[in-house]
Structure formats: C-alpha cells, structure tokens
Design a protein around this ligand. Structure first.
Ligand code: TSJ
Length: 649
C-alpha cells in the first residue's frame, strides 16, 4: 500500500491502529470497490438491489439451519435498507485465528460469511453468505445490531472501515440480527430502490422456503406500503401464483420430492391451456436463469414418462413419439434443489453444473410422476392429449415454414418498409434505432445522421412473445420487420455474422408504455437472439426528462438532480430570474433537431448498455407478470407506473 493511502486511512480512522492483517482486510474490501462488477454484477439498479439480497441470504441460511422464522426487509426514507431477522444472532465471541469478534470478521473479510460456527443444514449458494463484507465495502455507512446472550451488541462501518468497534449498547430478551446500510453514492449509478423489485424477489424467497415469513415494508413518504408473505405450501403455491390467471388443464398441482445423501429436489408443476413453457429453476434458492443439470434431469424424465405412459394407455401408437418440447407446451414448473457443493457456471453464474442433480431430479420425476399418472388417469389423458396436439401443430408449422423459407425474404436481402436504412455497410459502424410510435419515428428519421443511423419504427401493440411459438414469430408483422432488418435470423438459425448493425438502440419513452416495449424487446432478444446481448450490442437510449428555458437559453436535464443543478446554474447569482422548466412528455413531442441533439448525437447522447443480467430480469418479469392474460399485465403496469422511470431493464 502506498504511503499516501496509508496516511489517508490513518486520518479517517483515528482510534484504530492498522497491523498487517488489517491492511489485507482493507485491500480486500478495496478490491470490491475497484471492481464491483465482480462481486455484485453491476453498479446499476440491479447491483443496488443485489446488496439487499446478499444480506437477506444470510438470514435465509439461518432459517434453513432451523433457527429463524421471520425476516423483514424495510426501505427507509432516504433509500437506506434495514434487514432484520429473529435468528440466533451473528456470533460475537472472539475468534482464535484472528483474535477478533466473529461479527467483525463477517463484515470485514471477503468470503468469511457463514463459514464459521457449528453444524446444521448448510447450503452454499452462488454468492451466498459471502456478501456481508461486499455490501459493507459498497456502503457509505452500515450498522449492525445483534441481540444475543441477553445483550445488544452494535458495530458501525463506513465504506468497509470500522467507525465504531463492537460494543454492548443495551439489554434484550430475544435473539436476532439487524443490519442497516446506505449504498455508497460513489459506487452506484442510481440510489433509488424499487419496492416492487424487492417485493417480487422476497416473494420468490418465501415460495422457496415453505413456512418462512418474509415481510417487505416501504417507509418512504408518499409511497408507504407493505406485504407479508408466508407460504405453507411452498413451491406448490408458487405454481398456483404463476398460473393464477391461466386456465389449468388439470385442477391439482403435481408435487414431487426426493432426497439422496446431502441433497434434495422438489418439483411442482401444472399444465395450462397456453403454449408457453414456464420453467423456473433454483439451486439453493438461487434462481438458475441459465438452467443446468437439474433442468436437464427434469426434461429427460418428463419426456420419457409421458411417452411411456402414452403407449401404455394407447394414445400413442407403438412407433409414435412426442418430443420434449411437445411435452412442455403450456407447462409451468418450478424445480428447486438443495445441495452442499453447488457449482455455478455460465455467463452469469446461474447455470447449475452438478451432474448428480440431473440424476436426482430424473429419478424423482421418473418415479413419482409415473405413480401420479397411474393414480390420476384423467389428468394423464389430458396431458397426453395436449402433448399430442402440440406435436401435430409443430409438424404442420414446420412444413409451412419450410415452404415459406425457401423463397424467404430473409435470404433475398429485401428490407422491410418500416426500416429507413443507413448508407454505411460496415456493421461495426452502423446503428439501428428501434423507435415506438409514428411521430417519434418521424422525428428520428429527419433528425438522424443517415450515413450510419438506421431507423426502424414499431407501432401498435407488439406481439406478446410469451404467447407465441418461435415459429409464429416468422409470421408476426410487428417482429418480422425487426428480424429482417437485423438480418441475422432467429433462434437456432441465428447467425451473428450476418448482423447488419453492431449498435441496436431501443429508443422508448420514459413512461409505462416505454417500459413495456423495452421489456418485450429485451425478452425477445434474450429468448431468440441471445448473442446480441452477450456481445453487448443492445442499448437503451436515454432521452431527457426536462427542458429548462431562460430567455433564449435552453438546456435539458436527464434526472431530477440534474434539473435542479442546471436550474441553479442558469439562475447564477440572480435568484429571482425565471427559469422555465418543462417536462418532456415523450419522444414524439421533440422536433427532429431536439431529438438529434439530446438523444441521438453520438457526441452528446447517453446510451445504456443492456447486460445479460438486465435481460434475465426482463425475462423474469415477463414470465411471471406478462403471461397469457391481459389483466395481470395491466395490474403490473398500473402498480409500477410511479416507478417506471426508474426501471433498469
Ligand atoms: F451477515 C450479515 F451481516 F449480512 C447478516 C447476517 C445480516 C442479517 C440481517 C442476518 C445475519 C444472520 C446471521 N442472521 N443469523 C445469522 N446467524 C449466524 O451468523 C449464526 C449464528 C449462530 C451460529 C452458531 O453456530 O451458533 C452460527 C451462525 C452462522
């Protein structure tokens, strides 16, 4: 460590002497601040929320160990977070190895959490239990109170450094842990918590931990609300929730569970009369968005059991088969496995790599589902009939598609008329703006630099991706122009080498409809053109929110803070001067010049790159909340209307 840095530490930390081990500690936490992405994924809205999950994971581990029944997550005024539980309380005794209270170690040493202490059912999730020190490093301040041994212990930190050593501050008659923190404005692009994001995630945790009570509370003025979640039925109730607005093919939810050595698997499933497969899988309560071995085991077993059963009841002829996809049309399923040494792989470390989970889930489903179908022949027949219908529809669609594709415009190179192309041909230099609505598209077409900027306009309600089979997208008049314009095909045939633009910019309003369009497009890209997101080719344009006018002088602002700052600047030393502030209602309201200046000029605009994490979040919102039925979608939009400008898809 440089001398300068050492001095800086010593001055901010007057009552604390630094020895060798402390310096290592600080370097550890400094590494978190230098490369936050490695520890919490991002410093955008998703990273901000991740801090909360890191803390809550510790309480959930305590619940899994059988010592905690209640967890409360509170957004306080000022966007600080409090997490409290009624567990045993983080140990406060001095650790022999370090000579320090375990509590201090948890918050100051990377990867220390959850590793100490005695037995119980310990599971290790992806980032589970290692997060307290990471959150501490990323917080302007953090304080913790532990109720244990009849005493209340307290300790405080700032940006990972101790500001108050552990001390007893009072007496108590119960046990538990409370942590309050303020995310560091130096580290995060946004500091505003979204209640719905936290609530949705906590609801998921409550579904996955049957009987655990989780409360979420928002205390911010003007948006006070709370939810109290406890599901005795666990993942069965998760399926009931996912299918709540869908028409089930059979009344009960099929539930299967089994264990082997240290691991266990549980599966809940139900078919509805739609086409979409909704598979939500978890390993140690971590959402495995990229799937993995447990999903493979499930798919294999489901296909085998249904084919065998179909033959047995003679719905399938001896040489007839239904494919895996056919077996999953309209299926909602939650797979949850718990294991001791989870291996997480893939781009976002959300793909389960343990092959023994394939074996376990396969065994559980093979055995239990067969028994279930034997005992419920009515359900068995309904499911088989549905799979057979899917099989026939798919075959017909394939034939139709093949005949269309032979003379397909995809190969002819013909471009859709909704596309105003650019002159440049090198994809690395080309951008395509996807714009919603007539008037915004008009302004964009006039305002753009047509040498390298193409405009694709989309209007009207887009296809609900959830409802469509992949093959239907070829025929969809809203998405087809997009597929054509990008030029790289779709799904299994997607070929990124043919992509015509290396910047794909979604330009939508900062309102409900804009958020809706962004979610739809991201879900679509995630499901059918994932390499676009993996390569970082997808962006969100950031239009301004306010126009400020003083006489002939005009400026724009992209946030409330910026608005206030610019307004003060424009006033200068002259507080009585009038600065007119107008809110932009939408992109369509801007003239071509304004749009170019504020949102499209590469010299001045802000683009937000969409990460795989963002797309996963959009996909999940989509899956659960934007499924078959219109009503829950409306509810979601109405409920989120006030936050929508903060959504970070
Ligand atoms: F780590 C943390 F600070 F992020 C955090 C930990 C935050 C919150 C809100 C709760 C917790 C937490 C930790 N709740 N409960 C526990 N339990 C333990 O750390 C614990 C207690 C006792 C024993 C034991 O063996 O006696 C072992 C452990 C791991």
């Amino acid at each position: 460590m440089s001398e300068e840095k050492q001095n800086e530490l010593n001055t901010t930390q007057t009552n604390h002497e630094y020895g060798g081990s402390e310096i290592q500690v600080l370097e550890g936490l400094e590494a978190v601040r230098k490369r936050p992405g490695m520890y919490i994924g991002s410093t955008s809205e998703s990273g901000l929320h991740h801090l909360v999950y890191e803390i809550v994971d510790n309480s959930i581990d305590e619940a899994l160990a059988g010592h905690c029944t209640d967890i409360t997550v509170t957004i306080n005024p000022g966007n600080t977070i409090t997490v409290t539980d009624n567990g045993r309380g983080i140990p406060v005794d001095i650790q022999p190895q370090t000579g320090k209270p375990a509590l201090e170690v948890v918050f100051t040493i990377l990867h220390a959490g959850g590793k100490f202490g005695g037995g119980g059912y310990k599971v290790s999730g992806g980032l589970h239990g290692v997060g307290a020190s990471v959150v501490n490093a990323m917080s302007e301040w953090l304080e913790v109170q532990v109720h244990k041994n009849g005493e209340i212990y307290e300790m405080k930190f700032s940006r990972g450094k101790i500001t108050q050593e552990m001390k007893v501050v009072g007496k108590t008659d119960h046990t538990g842990t409370t942590v309050t923190f303020k995310p560091d404005p130096e580290m995060f692009e946004t500091l505003e918590y979204n209640y719905d994001t936290l609530h949705t995630r906590m609801r998921e945790e409550a579904f996955l931990n049957a009987g655990l009570r989780i409360q979420t509370v928002d205390l911010r003025p003007g948006q006070e609300q709370e939810d109290d979640m406890c599901y005795e039925g666990g993942i069965r109730e998760f399926i009931a929730f996912i299918n709540q607005n869908k028409a089930p093919v059979h009344p009960d939810i099929i539930y299967m569970a089994g264990a082997r050595e240290d691991s266990m698997a549980e599966i809940a499933m139900q078919y509805n009369d739609g086409y979409q497969e909704i598979m939500a899988s978890f390993a140690n309560n971590v959402h495995t968005a990229e799937g993995g071995m447990h999903e493979e085991g499930f798919r294999r077993a489901l296909t085998n059991v249904l084919n065998a059963y179909g033959k047995k009841i003679k719905l399938l002829k001896e040489d007839e088969k239904v494919s895996g996809e056919d077996c999953r049309e309209g299926l909602s399923v939650v797979i949850s496995v718990k294991l001791t040494e989870a291996q997480f792989e893939g781009q976002t470390k959300t793909k389960l790599g343990n092959s023994e989970m394939r074996t376990l889930v396969n065994a559980v489903v093979s055995e239990k589902l067969e028994i279930y179908l034997e005992e419920n022949p009515g359900v068995g027949k309904a499911i088989l009939e549905k799979a057979l219908m899917a099989s026939r529809a798919r075959e017909a669609a394939r034939k139709a598609r093949e005949s269309v594709r032979r003379k397909s415009v995809l190969e002819s190179g013909q471009m859709p008329d909704k596309l105003q192309d650019c002159n440049e041909r090198d994809p690395a230099l080309c951008e395509i703006y996807i714009v919603e609505g007539d008037s915004a598209a008009g302004s964009a077409i006039q305002g753009r630099d047509s040498r390298f900027q193409a405009i694709l306009s989309m209007w009207g309600k887009m296809l609900n991706v959830e409802k469509a089979r992949a093959d239907k997208i070829y025929g969809n008049d809203k998405l087809y122009p997009l597929v054509l314009g990008l030029g790289a095909g779709i799904g299994e045939e997607f070929n990124i080498d043919k992509l015509r633009y290396h910047k794909i910019i979604i330009m939508a309003d900062a309102d409900v409809d804009g958020a809706h369009i962004r979610t739809l497009l991201l879900t679509f890209f995630f499901r059918y053109m994932r390499p676009l997101i993996e390569r970082g080719y997808v962006y969100s344009a950031v239009p301004p929110l306010y126009k400020l006018t003083r006489g002939k002088q005009q400026r724009v602002a992209y946030s409330d803070e910026e608005r206030d700052a610019i307004s003060a600047e424009m006033r200068g030393d002259n507080p009585n001067v009038k600065v007119e502030i107008n809110r932009f209602k939408g992109l369509g309201e801007m003239d071509p010049h304004e749009l170019w200046e504020t949102t499209m000029d590469p010299e001045k605009r802000t683009l937000r790159r969409i990460t795989l994490d963002d797309a996963v979040a959009a996909d999940q919102i989509f899956t659960v909340l934007m499924g078959e039925e219109v009503e829950p979608r409306k509810d979601w939009i109405v409920k989120n209307a006030q936050y929508v400008s903060n959504l970070d898809f």
